[in-house]
Design a binder for this molecule. Structure first.
Ligand SMILES: [Zn+2]
Length: 202
C-alpha cells in the first residue's frame, strides 16, 4: 500500500534529470527543477478527500483549531480548500490575488485557515494572508498545501504543513543552470506529457 506522499509523487511530480525540457513556473516566472502538477491531484476526488482527512484535518484537530473559513486563491487550490471546508464544517471562500480583493463576507475576528496547492516562492500565499489580514480576520497557523518546495517551514510567521515537502531550486531565467545546459524552459501544465515522457524514458 502506497503512502499519500508516494501516491502524489507517482501521479504528479516532475524532477529535472538532465532533461531536454524544464519548468518555467507560472507563479513567478522562475525556472524550477521540481514541479507538482496539482491537476493530477485535484482530478482524483477521492485522493483529495484522503489528503484532507489524513493530513490536513488531523493537523487541525491536533491543534484544536475549528476554523470559521477555509480560504484559497484560484485556481489550483480551490478543490482542496473546498474539501477541507466540508470536512471541517467551515465556510469556503477565496481571494483574488491579482486585484487584492476578497468578496466573501469574512468578519473581523473570524478564524481563517489558508490552503494552497503548492509553494515555490510563497508569493501567492503571502498575498492571500495580507488580503485576509486586511479584513481584520485571524489567519491561523498552519498554512496547508499539497506541496512545499520552498524549503521554508514558516511563511509570514505561520507554520506550513504539506503533504509533500522537498527543497526545489528556482532560477532566474537569465541565470538558470538548466538553460545553460541546453534544456528548454516550458510552461509545465501545457507541456506535461512531454515533460513526463522524457522523464520516463530515462
Ligand atoms: Zn531555465
Amino acid at each position: 500500500m502506497k503512502t499519500i506522499p508516494e501516491l502524489i509523487i507517482d501521479k504528479a511530480v516532475w524532477r529535472y534529470d538532465d532533461s531536454s525540457l524544464h519548468v518555467k513556473t507560472s507563479e513567478s516566472g522562475m525556472h524550477s527543477d521540481l514541479y507538482l502538477n496539482t491537476d493530477y491531484i485535484v482530478s482524483d476526488v477521492s485522493l483529495v478527500e484522503e489528503i484532507v482527512e489524513d493530513i490536513f484535518l488531523k493537523e487541525l484537530n491536533l491543534r484544536n483549531i475549528k476554523p470559521d473559513w477555509v480560504i484559497s486563491y484560484p485556481p489550483f487550490g480551490l478543490a482542496v480548500a473546498y474539501a477541507l471546508a466540508r470536512q471541517a464544517g467551515a465556510k469556503f471562500g477565496y481571494v483574488d490575488i491579482q486585484t487584492g480583493l476578497c468578496n466573501f463576507d469574512i468578519k473581523a475576528g473570524e478564524k481563517v485557515i489558508i490552503v494552497g496547492d503548492d509553494i515555490y516562492s510563497g508569493g501567492s500565499i503571502k498575498k492571500t494572508i495580507e488580503i485576509i489580514n486586511s479584513l481584520g480576520a485571524k489567519v491561523q497557523s498552519p498554512i496547508l498545501t499539497i506541496g512545499n518546495f520552498s524549503g521554508a517551514e514558516v511563511l509570514s510567521g505561520l507554520e506550513v504543513i504539506s503533504a509533500i515537502s522537498e527543497k526545489g531550486n528556482l532560477y532566474d531565467e537569465n541565470d538558470c543552470l538548466m538553460c545553460k545546459l541546453g534544456s528548454k524552459a516550458v510552461s509545465p501544465r501545457q507541456n506535461w506529457n512531454e515533460l513526463i515522457k522524457q522523464h520516463q524514458a530515462e
